[in-house]
Unconditional design. Structure first.
Length: 493
């Protein structure tokens, strides 16, 4: 039986998922799972990129030890972060974590030189302070020696692929997240590179790889080190949300999705980027998708806030499992207080319970005190923010959605799924939970001809994995809560 391997790297953990196709049904098995913890060194926050490379090799070794004959592999990860390759072909410094503070103020300084309207018109990308464009600008402002020593810039999956294959390629879906890629010209934006004085050579002389294109093969030294045969390495939809959208088990071309994890990303799939003024005002983004499509979506802070609360409680000696936190939330008073999950207050790591208290004080609300109250505040606020973005997605795309497809690890939080259905007043279809990894596998199978196209792949996903339906309920309290949420957060129309 032929098998393929998907490495799916999230902001808090990574996994190697083994995929097999049997009579058109997808079978998956988690072969290897590992933490992905950032490393603080002095004032800097880094990704432990060499540890991630080591864990990828462990996944390949586990397949070998099981006697599994792999046909191919692919890697997807989070967006915006990158590493530089030096003139000697080696990694030039550990990649910074997007939550590192070196980008503070960089976005505002760039927009003082280049109007936001120009940047959005040329890239279609949401303004976030940690976008690649602002990370590079911050390095230039700091006169980082990295920039003088570097020949190429590779996004995280590109970098790990380079370690494995020795070939340097940038991939489309992650390239678009940099806010340096022009989706209309389908190339790196020459004008932005000129205005920011960035060498075009950093991004390669050719075009980017599209999802499903062959990116290379495991190089001989890697195969010799591990005692394995070389296999093809495909460029999948390497931004993990791009892979997750491939795995949305939709039956119609018009659908809304929410990829839910540390980050929540909600939107729809469109044929062309939406670049008008309202999209910029609402701070939506147009990221590359499979088959030349674009993901019109908005980043939402997601379960990061809850994860940081849990870490803070652990530091205080109070350990809670996520099921315990959900149970405590279910027992707390409903719809009592709200936060805007995307407030800048919640972006850096730190004491989230204290920041929630600070936000409530700033907005004239009584702050949650007990653990269950805090968790309920976070989850209900997320559900209400989802409604806002859901309605804005309909408005920008000119579509009307019958419900919302939720994929990713966050769907294991049944309260969040139900409260999202209550908030939007439409059904939520939750599944699959390993959306990014399954989408990664699907692109490899499409490339190999096992699926004719993405719709055949989505049909297989639908028939292979359970999807839980959450019907909306308790509509009146949620309608009133949404009005109060909009007033407190001041979200634009």
């Amino acid at each position: 039986m032929s098998s393929i391997l998907a490495f799916d790297l999230g902001a808090s953990s990574g996994r190697a998922l083994l995929g097999r196709l049997t009579n058109g049904k997808i079978e998956v098995e988690e072969l290897h799972r590992f933490p992905n913890d950032p490393v603080q060194v002095g004032d800097r926050l880094y990704w432990d990129i060499l540890r991630l490379y080591h864990e990828i090799k462990q996944g390949l070794l586990k397949a070998k030890h099981r006697g599994i004959d792999l046909q191919s592999m692919g890697i997807d990860s989070w967006a915006v972060d990158f590493g530089f390759i030096g003139k000697n072909g080696e990694l030039a410094g550990n990649p910074y974590h997007y939550r590192d503070r070196h980008t503070e103020g960089a976005m505002e300084r760039v927009m003082a030189e280049i109007p936001a309207s120009v940047i959005f018109a040329r890239t279609g990308i949401q303004f976030l302070p940690f976008n690649t464009i602002y990370q590079i600008y911050a390095l230039k402002q700091a006169k980082s020696p990295l920039l003088q020593e570097s020949n190429r810039l590779l996004m995280i999956p590109d970098l790990l692929r380079y370690f494995l294959t020795g070939e340097m390629h940038n991939e489309f879906t992650n390239a678009t997240t940099t806010q340096l890629y022009n989706p209309v010209e389908d190339d790196w934006d020459a004008e932005l590179l000129r205005l920011l004085d960035l060498p075009r050579s950093w991004f390669g002389n050719g075009g980017v790889l599209k999802p499903g294109e062959l990116a290379g093969k495991l190089k001989p030294s890697v195969c010799e080190e591990m005692g394995i045969d070389s296999i093809p390495v495909y460029a999948v939809a390497e931004h993990d949300t791009g892979s997750a959208v491939v795995a949305v088990p939709a039956t119609e071309k018009s659908f809304a999705y929410l990829s839910c994890g540390t980050w929540s990303l909600m939107g729809t799939e469109v044929d062309k980027p939406v670049l008008h003024d309202l999209a910029q005002k609402l701070n939506f983004t147009n990221e590359g998708g499979f088959g030349g499509t674009f993901r019109l979506l908005k980043n939402i802070m997601g379960l990061w806030i809850l994860q940081e609360c849990r870490r803070e409680w652990e530091r205080e000696g109070r350990s809670y499992s996520f099921p315990e936190l959900v149970q405590l939330a279910s027992e707390a008073k409903p719809l009592a207080m709200f936060i805007d999950p995307d407030d800048d207050l919640f972006l850096p790591p730190g004491d989230m319970p204290a920041r929630i208290e600070q936000y409530c004080a700033r907005t004239g609300q009584e702050a949650p005190g007990a653990v269950g109250e805090i968790v309920r505040c976070i989850l209900e606020s997320l559900a209400l923010k989802y409604r806002y973005v859901f309605e804005m997605t309909e408005r920008l795309s000119g579509q009307s959605f019958g419900g919302l497809h939720m994929v990713g690890g966050g769907i294991q939080n049944t309260l969040l799924c139900q409260w999202t259905a209550n908030a939007i007043g439409k059904p939520v279809w939750a599944g699959p939970s390993e959306g990014s990894a399954i989408g990664n596998l699907a692109v490899q199978w499409i490339a190999q001809g096992a699926f004719a196209d993405i719709w055949e792949a989505r049909k297989a996903v639908r028939e292979s994995f359970p999807v839980e339906t959450y019907e909306p309920g308790d509509s009146e309290p949620w309608i009133r809560a949404y009005e109060r949420f909009r007033t407190l957060t001041g979200l634009p129309d």
